[in-house]
Design a protein around this ligand. Structure first.
Ligand code: TRP
Length: 350
């Protein structure tokens, strides 16, 4: 069963609003460490992060290593997954001197916010979260853990510990962001004594349309249809060669009737900074084989410098750990300040 996700709502922002005044925003965003990031992540949110950072927006990037405890397989190999994620971040241009990369398990004061936040939401509200419902349905586990049910509240702590007011997320994360706004509002109403302790953060929606995986469904690691940033040029060629297309020789961009062909055109277009129609016109009646050659070349060319940087950082594990240690330290200082404010607001200063 596919539950319906809420529409973005009037509070969502686009990139142009940020460009006008980058100094007004503090961004928090991040990922679960579940394996290598892929092109769907990249064009969906990752490259926006780098753009935000480069615009001078203060940016925090969270590695949600407690959130993945809902998934047993990942939990058994956390260190490896966390390091892979840091590598992907560095490779795409997240700069640890300007952006704070950290793991939420390393920031005690962030996690302590979970407790007052839990008091502000009802179990009925938690039970209605469409993204959590979907995850429960897909997990095929015989029972649902308390963490699965409450991780969106933890995510509110991820966002609010640094008082972020802008969160670049995909559509599936909108219910969590809505809950974060609710928690911020209720906390302020209940404890703020007329002042806002927390901002009500807004979503920053990506302008990139959804990329399909090689089987024509949403690109996702768990479906085995994804091209990762770290994949080699040959592996990329093989994956794209096996991608689903259709039997129409003339290549046209028509997402409604030719979703697979159109998604491949879109991928090449994103890599080449062209429109999908321009890419289609260049292929004409060359058929699926020519389309796949074009896409393979575009992806491999685009990813070459990213992959080279990734390989270079992968040889320096000590540096990866330094990046995380420094990020964790910075996040801890921010979280301590916020928690002190929260305790003062709640009159729990003893
Ligand atoms: N739930 C997010 C995901 O699955 C990861 C995440 C955890 C996150 N905490 C966050 C994203 C805070 C944005 C803000 O991708």
């Amino acid at each position: 069963m596919k539950t319906t996700l809420p529409a973005p709502g009037p509070d969502a922002l686009g990139m142009s609003a940020v460009q006008e005044d980058p100094g007004r925003f503090r961004v928090l965003t991040g990922d679960r460490p579940t394996g290598r990031l892929h092109l769907g992540h990249y064009f969906g949110t990752l490259h926006n992060r780098v753009r935000l950072q480069n615009l001078g927006v203060e940016t925090y990037v969270i590695i949600a290593d407690y959130q993945v405890l809902t998934d047993r397989d990942v939990a058994d190999n956390l260190t490896g997954y966390v390091e892979e994620l840091v590598l992907d971040y560095l490779a795409i241009g997240v700069d640890p001197a300007r952006s704070t990369i950290f793991a939420h398990s390393a920031v005690p004061a962030l996690n302590q916010l979970l407790l007052p936040f839990l008091s502000l939401v009802s179990t009925a509200e938690l039970g209605r979260n469409p993204t959590v419902k979907d995850e429960i349905a897909r997990s095929r586990q015989s029972s649902v853990s308390g963490l699965m049910f409450t991780y969106p509240v933890h995510q509110a702590a991820d966002i609010l510990f640094c008082k972020a007011n802008l969160v670049p997320v995909g559509q599936d994360q909108l219910p969590h962001l809505e809950l974060t706004r609710t928690i911020a509002r209720r906390f302020n109403d209940r404890y703020g004594a007329g002042t806002a302790v927390f901002p009500q953060p807004r979503a920053l929606l990506s302008d990139a349309p959804l990329l399909l995986g090689t089987d024509g469904t949403k690109m996702s690691k768990s479906r085995g249809n994804a091209i990762t940033l770290a994949a080699g040029a040959d592996e990329t060629a093989r994956l794209i060669k096996g991608a689903k297309t259709d039997s129409e020789r003339h290549i046209t961009y028509d997402p409604a009737t030719r979703p697979e062909v159109s998604s491949l055109l879109l991928l090449a277009a994103l890599c080449q900074n062209r429109t999908p129609r321009q890419v289609a016109a260049g292929i004409g009646s060359g058929g699926a084989a020519a389309l796949k050659r074009t896409v393979t070349d575009a992806v491999n060319e685009y990813l070459a410098p990213i992959r080279a940087r990734r390989a270079q950082y992968a040889r320096d594990r000590a540096y990866l750990r330094d990046v995380l240690r420094e990020g964790n330290d910075r996040a801890r200082a921010v979280a301590d300040t916020t928690l002190a404010e929260v305790r003062a607001a709640m009159n729990s200063h003893y």
